[in-house]
Design a protein around this ligand. Sequence first.
Ligand code: AP5
Length: 210
Amino acid sequence: MKKRVILMGPPGGGKGTQAKSLTAAMHIPHISTGDMLRAARREGTELGKQADRYISAGQLVPDDLVNGIVAERLSSEKDGYLLDGYPRTIAQADALEAAGEKIDAVVLIDVPDELLVERIVNRESCGQCGAVYHKLTMPSKKPGVCDVCGGALVQRADDNEKVVRDRLVAYHAQTQPLVDYYKSRGLLFHINGNAAVDVVFEEIRKALEF
Ligand code: AP5
């Protein structure tokens, strides 16, 4: 089983949805820089305050801020992990390599841009456990209430059409170059994310050999 995994893909591509099932099945921690930054923002830390203006504008948070929180977290993870949304720039990938992290696989969930805006503006997430829903295609059983933990469902502040389009621009300009970076290292698995959630999961499961 490949246990040091990077999950990459565009905003709304399904990283969070797949990460929850994958990490439960593989018994490895789910490390999402988006979740970590949002937690810092909720707690009102200095990092959260600095990150807020970038997240709200649909831009990437500067590399030094993100590299710092990931390095601290990975230092305590010796038995594998799934990185969701990190690295997102060549500089972040270089920092990971320089820290001596030996990645086993990079899974790219690919979805055409035209589908992503619709997915994101209809997303709801549980404020307590982070479970992800889609108002139309994957709604919770009871509107506004999480099926998993009963928490309240919320819409992320950066999930509006204007900001999503800016996030897509940042993805293509700054994150997509990582496809060649990891392809040249023989680590990249390309997954079609425009398929049912369980079909996407099965493709990733085969790639990660578990
Ligand atoms: P982050 O939280 O990582 O957001 P993102 O990458 O934009 O991705 P999303 O969480 O929006 O989407 P997802 O791929 O997880 O899709 P999901 O499964 O929810 O980052 C937010 C911000 O933080 C960034 O913009 C940046 O500012 C900052 N940041 C984070 N990491 C950073 C870093 N490393 N460096 C710098 N800045 C950083 O699914 C979306 C919707 O689609 C849901 O409604 C879901 O139900 C639905 N769906 C999922 N799968 C399917 C399917 N197969 N078919 C149909 N619908 C589906």
